[in-house]
Design a binder for this molecule. Structure first.
Ligand code: AVJ
Ligand code: FE
Length: 440
C-alpha cells in the first residue's frame, strides 16, 4: 500500500513537472515575464510559486530541511501581491526560476524516498506529496488560461478529442429523491474542503444529460437573452451592461457567423461542443431563460456519485477506478472539450455524461464548509474563501489533471469570472413541468 502510494506520488509530481515544463518552454522569455492579462500572473510567477510552495511544504515541513530560499517566500505569496501587481515585483528571471524549481524537486525526491507514509496527517498516505502535485497541476491549469488570454501566434497544440457515440440521448435524467453521502473521509489526497463525508437529503430533480452546448447557448443570444433584464441577477446585469458583454469570452460575430479564438487559432464556434468561458451570471441567466436553474452543488454530486442501486457513493460517475482516456477528457490531452454526449464509458449509473472532465460546471451554491470541516494544512487553501462571494464549480475541465479531479473535488470562483474553463448544465425540480423545449 505504502509503496503503491509512494509510486503514485512520484508519478503525480513528475507528470505535473512535465506539464509545467511544456507550458513554460513553448514561449520565449519575454512572453514568460509579460503580463498577458491583468487577471493573470506572468507565467514566470507561477513557475517559481510552484517551486516555492513545494519548498515550504515538502522540503521544510515534511523533510524538516533547511530553507533553500526563504527570502523569496513573500514574493510568491499569493495573498501579499494581487495578480495585477506581480509583473512589477523583482521576480526570479525565467532561467533562475527553472533552476530553483528543479533544485527544490531534486531534494524533494530524496525526501519522498525516506519519508514514512504514516505518523501524522501531513504524511499519512503521502498526503503532502499529493497536495503539492495537485497544487502544481492547479497552476498548470491557471497557466493554460494565461495561454488562452495571450495574443499572438499559437504556442500549443494537441490532438482533437476522439469521436464517440454521442446519441441521440434523453435531454435530462431524473435523479430520485432521498439521502446520499456527500464529501469524503477516506479519499487519501482529498483536500480539506471535500471532508468529511456526511449524509444529505436531496429531493428528486432532473439534470441535463450533458453540459449546455454552444449551439443551445447561441439560441439564448439570438433570442436577445443578453438584453432582457428579467433573466439576470442584478450584479450580472450590471456586469454585462458595464462591459458590453453579449457572448461568451473569446467569441465574436463576423459575417453572420460566430467565431472564437482558441489558443491563438480562430475557428467557427462548434455548435455541439459544451459552451466554455461563461460567468456564473451568464450560466444563471441562460438557465432562467430556459425555464430551468443551475443544479445545487449537492445535486451535482449526487448525480455524479450516488449509485441508486446500491445506495453507495462512488469515487467517480463510472465507479471507483481512476479516470482513463476512455472515460473522461482530462489532463490537457486535448485543448478543448469533446462534443456533448461524448465519453459514454464515463456515464453515471443513471446515464449522465461528462460530469468529470471537459468543462468546469457552475453550480448555484456558495462555497461553504461541510459540517465538521477542519482547515488543513493551512487556512488559506479553503477556509478564507468560504462565504457568499464565491460560487462552486464541479467536475473539472479538459485542463485539469486526474490527480486534482474527483467526484468530491470542489473548485470555486467569483461569479463574474469568464476566463476560466467554465461551462454548466441545468436542472429543475422533479415536481415542476418541463421547460419550453420539453423534457422526457
Ligand atoms: C482552488 C483553483 C481556486 O487557483 O486560486 C492554487 C487553487 N490555491 N494555489 C486557485 C490554488 C493555491 C485555487 N483554486
Ligand atoms: Fe498557488
Amino acid at each position: 500500500m505504502t509503496d503503491q502510494l509512494r509510486s503514485l506520488a512520484l508519478d503525480a509530481l513528475t507528470r505535473a513537472r512535465d506539464r509545467t515544463a511544456a507550458l513554460t518552454s513553448c514561449v520565449d522569455d519575454r512572453d514568460l515575464t509579460a503580463q498577458h492579462s491583468p487577471l493573470m500572473s506572468p507565467l514566470v510567477w507561477d513557475l517559481a510559486h510552484i517551486g516555492n510552495q513545494e519548498e515550504q511544504w515538502l522540503l521544510r515541513q515534511v523533510g524538516k530541511g533547511e530553507a533553500l530560499r526563504p527570502e523569496i517566500d513573500s514574493l510568491y505569496d499569493a495573498f501579499e501581491h494581487p495578480r495585477a501587481a506581480r509583473p512589477s515585483l523583482p521576480l526570479l528571471a525565467p532561467a533562475e526560476a527553472r533552476v530553483y524549481a528543479a533544485d527544490v524537486r531534486g531534494r524533494v525526491l530524496d525526501i519522498l524516498e525516506r519519508t514514512a507514509f504514516e505518523g501524522g496527517p501531513l504524511v499519512d498516505a503521502g498526503f503532502a506529496f499529493g497536495m503539492i502535485a495537485q497544487h502544481e497541476q492547479q497552476h498548470d491549469e491557471t497557466m493554460l488560461i494565461t495561454h488562452q488570454l495571450r495574443k499572438g501566434p499559437p504556442a500549443l497544440s494537441a490532438p482533437e478529442p476522439p469521436a464517440h457515440d454521442t446519441g441521440p440521448l434523453p435531454r435530462e435524467v431524473l435523479v430520485p429523491g432521498g439521502a446520499f453521502t456527500m464529501g469524503t473521509s477516506t479519499e487519501p489526497w482529498a483536500l480539506d474542503n471535500e471532508r468529511p463525508a456526511h449524509r444529505r437529503i436531496v429531493p428528486a430533480f432532473h439534470i441535463d444529460t450533458t453540459p449546455v452546448t454552444c449551439g443551445a447557448y447561441q439560441a439564448f443570444i439570438e433570442d436577445g437573452g443578453y438584453h432582457e433584464r428579467r433573466w439576470w441577477a442584478a450584479a450580472g446585469w450590471d456586469q454585462i451592461r458595464q462591459h458590453d458583454i453579449g457572448a461568451p469570452l473569446f467569441w465574436r460575430r463576423e459575417g453572420g457567423m460566430w467565431l472564437r479564438r482558441r489558443f491563438g487559432v480562430t475557428e467557427e464556434v462548434p455548435p455541439d461542443e459544451p459552451v466554455l468561458h461563461v460567468s456564473w451570471y451568464e450560466a444563471d441567466a441562460y438557465a432562467r431563460w430556459a425555464g430551468r436553474r443551475l443544479p445545487t452543488e449537492a445535486e451535482w454530486e449526487k448525480a455524479a456519485r450516488h449509485d441508486p442501486h446500491t445506495g453507495r457513493a462512488r469515487r467517480y460517475p463510472w465507479g471507483d477506478a481512476d479516470p482513463t482516456e476512455a472515460n473522461a477528457n482530462l489532463g490537457q490531452r486535448h485543448l478543448r472539450p469533446a462534443p456533448a454526449g461524448s465519453y459514454p464509458q464515463g456515464a453515471s449509473p443513471l446515464g449522465v455524461r461528462q460530469l468529470i472532465g471537459d468543462v468546469w460546471e457552475w453550480t448555484s451554491s456558495d462555497f461553504l464548509p461541510y459540517p465538521g470541516f477542519v482547515a488543513f494544512p493551512y487556512r488559506e487553501y479553503s477556509e478564507v474563501f468560504f462565504g457568499s462571494e464565491h460560487k462552486v464549480l464541479r467536475g473539472g475541465s479538459f485542463a485539469v489533471d486526474p490527480v486534482a479531479c474527483r467526484g468530491t473535488f470542489r473548485n470555486w470562483d467569483l461569479p463574474v469570472r469568464r476566463q476560466i474553463f467554465s461551462g454548466f448544465r441545468t436542472a429543475r425540480d422533479a415536481e415542476q413541468p418541463a421547460g419550453p423545449d420539453g423534457g422526457i
